[in-house]
Structures are given as structure tokens and as C-alpha cells.
Ligand binder design. Sequence first.
Ligand code: NAD
Length: 355
Amino acid sequence: MKILVTGGAGFIGSALIRHIIDNTEHYVINVDKLTYAGNLESLSPVADSSRYLFEQADICDAEVLKDIFAQHAPNAVMHLAAESHVDRSIEGPGAFIQTNVIGTYTLLEVARHYWARLDPEKRSAFRFHHVSTDEVYGDLDNPEDLFTEDTPYAPSSPYSASKASSDHLVRAWSRTYGLPVILTNCSNNYGPYHFPEKLVPHMILNALAGKPLPVYGDGSQIRDWLYVEDHTRALLEVLTRGKPGETYNIGGHNEKRNLEVVETICDLLDQQAPSERDPAIASYRDLITFVKDRPGHDKRYAIDASKIQRELGWQPTETFESGISKTVQWYLTNRSWWQRVMSGDYRLTRLGENT
Ligand code: NAD
């Protein structure tokens, strides 16, 4: 297969491309605008593969997308390009509406016209896989409740509302035009190559720098954490074996309070990097500080991932304990990756420089 991946220079997209190139014979065309969140250095392990190609493009640009589809003739689209940071969506929702809603609409239209002209065999095999989030469901009050594929949408933030809109567009393009779509809604990911503004890397890097570890409110918000490589395995299973028109929830069965996540990171750093701790403190936990809560902050997310397990046999291989330990270790041994992000030098890596 030739798979057109959008947002392949981001956290999950780059993990997906590394997974596809390392474990399959498929070809990948990575279409990414390279916003601040796009980092070609996350693709260094696969950049020299003859089955990998990069196209710098904005998914809102229909003309450029048409050329890319015509030139590469993909058998499938895996759509991950998005603005993805909730705090940024609160400060400036415009970019989220533009990329997540208008961009998804533009990509759907270009994909639909391309798909309609394929020969019947290729047309029925074509897939448009939309990668979405559990945040579209809002939050859960009852501690027993889980998000299923039938949970009504109730997004809380501009980010989750824009992702919910994109999910609705994708389903409408399936129902109205027959485009063979598949959707996945996944819980919070963590792992290597995660952009430092997100909770897990932010805490690791602040702790190593001896800076405060800011926890929103009292840190009691619950998220279901999934190691990114478990997510990318699930995505490929869904693309190749999932039923068109269906939605699959993906989750890690790892519900943790935010404070617990931060404390676990501190404990791992106490074990793995004791010599870098400020001698004035006894534990990295001493850096934890509570800050004013995020407006509209969802209290609890938890995923029922039984459908993907039952129908496709997928389940996570990492527990939170094993995955977070690997992640802390990765940040300790791959300092040049995040140091280049922090300094802004990663933005200098562009097409043609063979990252
Ligand atoms: P990310 O922010 O790390 O990466 C997004 C990528 O999209 C970047 O490489 C960026 O350059 C690119 N991009 C942004 N706007 C673009 C545009 N207009 N045209 C082309 N490329 C553009 O995001 P991520 O964490 O890797 O998330 C990927 C997808 O998975 C998103 O759709 C997100 O909603 C979804 N998701 C993320 C999580 C999570 O925990 N991170 C969980 C569930 C679902």
C-alpha cells in the first residue's frame, strides 16, 4: 500500500511512520505543514528509507493536495494533522478551526474526488482513516462510566469541539458520498519524541532543569494513558482490518490522576537521575506546585476499548508503569532531540536536508 499520512512530523504521526516503515512493506507519503509542532528530526530513523517521502504542505490548500494525490496515487489516507494543544486552543481558537475543521473538510473533498475516479477495485479498497480523540465525548461524572463508541459528543474546549466537528464531517462524507472512512478516538498518548509543551515531557524537562512542576488545580483530573507505540499498532490494525464506516475507541486501561502522573515521573527521576537533582531538595517531588485550574477543565476521561479488542484482537502491551519508565529513560538518553526543540534549532531541519 501507499499510505498518505497527514501530520507525520508530529508526535503520533512520526511514531506511526516509524512503525509502518520498520514493520511493513508499505510506502508512506508524509504530508505536513511543519507548524511549531512538526519536527522532521523525529523521522531521522526512517528518513533514508526508499519507502518514505515527505511533502511539505498545508491540508487547507486544496490545489497542492490535488497534485500530491495525483502524483503519489495513495491507497489510503491516515489523517493526523491537527492543532492539538488544549491550552493553545483556549488562547487562540482560530488556528484550531482552520486546520481541524477547514483542513479536514478540504482533505475530505480532495480525497473524495480522487477516490471517485479510481477503478472499482481500488475504489472499494481505498480507506480514509480519521484519527481523533476521546476528548470529543466531554468528561465523565460517575466513576464507573466509560466512553464507548456510542457515547454522545459533548466537547468542552475549542480543541475538542474542533475535533468533534471534524469527526462529524468525516461521518457525513461516508454517509452522503460513500467515502470508505474509518474513525478512531484515542485517549492521552505519551512516549518518545513528545513535544515538550505536553504534560509528561514538560514535567520531565522542568524537573531536570530544577524548575517548578505546575499542576493544574489539585491535580485530581483523571486521564487514561496509552503508550504511543501501542496507539500506532492499533491504528495500523484498524486501517488494514477495520470495517469501513466504523468507529473504534482506543485506550490504555490506565486511568491516572494528573498528580499521580507527575509524582511517578518524579520518583523515576529520583531513581534514574539522582545526580541531576538540586542538592537543596530531597526529591523531585519537592518541585511540584499547584496552579490555577484550566478553564473548562474536564474531570475524567476513561475509554472502553473492548470493541477493538474483540473485533481486531488489539490490546496495549505497555502498562503505565512500564511505558512511563521507558519514556523517562528516553528523555534522559536523547537529550539532543529535546534540546534542539527547546532552542528552536529543530525548525532549521527542512526538506532535502536528509534528517
Ligand atoms: P502534534 O501536535 O504533535 O502534531 C500535529 C502535526 O500536524 C504536526 O506535525 C504539524 O506540523 C501538523 N500540522 C498542523 N497543522 C497542519 C496543517 N494545516 N497542514 C498540515 N500539517 C499540519 O499532534 P499529535 O499529538 O501527534 O496528534 C496527532 C493526531 O492525533 C491529532 O489529530 C490529535 O487530535 C490526535 N490525538 C492525539 C492524542 C494525544 O494524546 N496526543 C490523543 C488522541 C488523538
